[in-house]
Design a protein. Structure first.
Length: 91
């Protein structure tokens, strides 16, 4: 199957596959949230996918920022069920 379009962000994908006969790989949460509004069909991919890792990077000068610390904690809580590794690297 040829690649017709490429996007810089996953959040752009749902609007581009709604309606036309296109396939897209995207985050399941995003697909489930937008499927009812955009008429998307959700299926398991026909092949295994590698684990996706997302990261957050903070400058060491901001390590005492309580707001950013709170954001990091909330992101870890939302990530929840997946493999979680918190690694601190001093820059």
């Amino acid at each position: 199957m040829p690649i017709e379009v490429v996007f810089a962000a996953f959040s752009q994908v749902p609007w581009m596959v709604a309606g036309p006969t296109r396939l897209a790989l995207m985050h399941e949460r995003l697909a489930r949230e937008l499927a009812p509004r955009l008429g998307l069909l959700i299926h398991e991919p026909p092949f295994p996918l590698p684990v996706m890792r997302e990261m957050m990077q903070l400058h060491s000068a901001l390590k005492m920022d309580r707001g950013l610390a709170s954001l990091c904690e909330r992101l870890q809580a939302v990530a929840g069920a997946g493999e979680q590794t918190l690694r601190t690297v001093e820059t």
